[in-house]
Design a protein around this ligand. Structure first.
Ligand SMILES: [Zn+2]
Length: 93
């Protein structure tokens, strides 16, 4: 049963990178999502190209990114863990 699940996970991504043809492995990555003035760091499983670093996400993961983006835009951040503050710094010269 567990083996079957592993197979399904591997089949979520194409075997070759669509950009460079490199090998795709599944890896945990951190993706930054922006919504309005807010930013969230999301840890997700992705297919990552060993050669160029291209990231592939499943449709479910992309939908989740969009959900978080909307929540950030609407300040629906009660469930999110606060990491710090963001600042804009203008060049002084
Ligand atoms: Zn690649």
């Amino acid at each position: 049963m567990e083996k079957l699940e592993g197979k399904e996970i591997r089949m979520k991504y194409v075997k070759k990178c669509p950009r460079c043809g490199g090998e795709i492995i599944e890896k945990e990555v951190t993706e930054v999502v922006y919504g309005g003035v807010n930013t969230a760091f999301l840890t997700v499983q992705a297919g990552v190209c060993l050669l160029c670093g291209e990231r592939l996400y499943t449709a479910d993961t992309i939908r989740w990114f969009e959900e978080i983006e909307t929540k950030l835009e609407h300040q629906e951040i009660e469930d999110f863990q606060r990491l710090g503050q963001s600042y804009r710094v203008m060049a002084a010269h």
